[in-house]
Ligand binder design. Structure first.
Ligand SMILES: [Fe+2]
Length: 193
């Protein structure tokens, strides 16, 4: 129980830390930590999966499906991160700047920040489902008895990839996005002199 309490408290402290950050800073943190990690991990994991497929694909036919799903989710996530970096995060920075300058934001083509956010949330669900499918196909990353070192490394990397995605999505869905929506609503209502 006390161990559980500790985990609960530490995640609460973590939550408080991120939720106190300036929204623009939080987007930079996500890019520097999570987006960069994903961009580096994709070619690495793809290479390892190819090696595992070549050595064990014939005997373990599920590997080709893991490869296919990973390839698709990698493509999806690459586009997703690009949209965040080029479209959504600049809008959030603009909202944060408007607040600092005490100006009412102009919503231009995106009407409300809620529109790109809904799209990003739907893409998070899709990526999460893909990683869950990989977990299911690999029987919770249970290594076959005849597995080699590359097999072990690949499973470790895939699990790490999933864990990182969960944290990444948590920061966006539970902290960044609701705060950006709330900020936009507040700035629109605010009366400036
Ligand atoms: Fe995202």
């Amino acid at each position: 129980m006390s161990e559980l309490e500790k985990v609960k408290n530490s995640s609460l402290i973590e939550y408080q830390k991120y939720s106190e950050w300036d929204l623009d800073f939080l987007t930079q943190y996500i890019i520097e930590n999570h987006h960069k990690y994903v961009k580096n991990a994709i070619p690495n994991i793809s290479n390892h999966l190819q090696k595992v497929f070549e050595a064990h694909g014939e005997k373990h036919s599920f590997i080709v499906n893991v490869q296919k799903i990973f390839f698709e989710v990698a493509e999806e996530l690459s586009h997703h991160m690009m949209k965040e970096e080029r479209i959504l995060f600049p809008i959030i920075k603009y909202l944060a700047d408007s607040q600092k300058l005490r100006e009412k934001p102009k919503t231009r083509g995106y009407v409300t920040v809620q529109n790109p956010i809904r799209q990003m949330e739907a893409e998070h669900v899709s990526a999460g489902n893909a990683l869950e499918n990989i977990r299911r196909l690999t029987n919770n990353y249970t290594l076959p008895e005849d597995s080699c070192a590359t097999f072990q490394i690949t499973y470790k990397e895939l699990e790490e990839f999933e864990k990182d995605l969960h944290k990444h999505v948590h920061l966006e869905n539970n902290i960044l996005f609701p705060k950006a929506i709330e900020l936009e609503e507040r700035l629109i209502k605010e009366i400036y002199d």
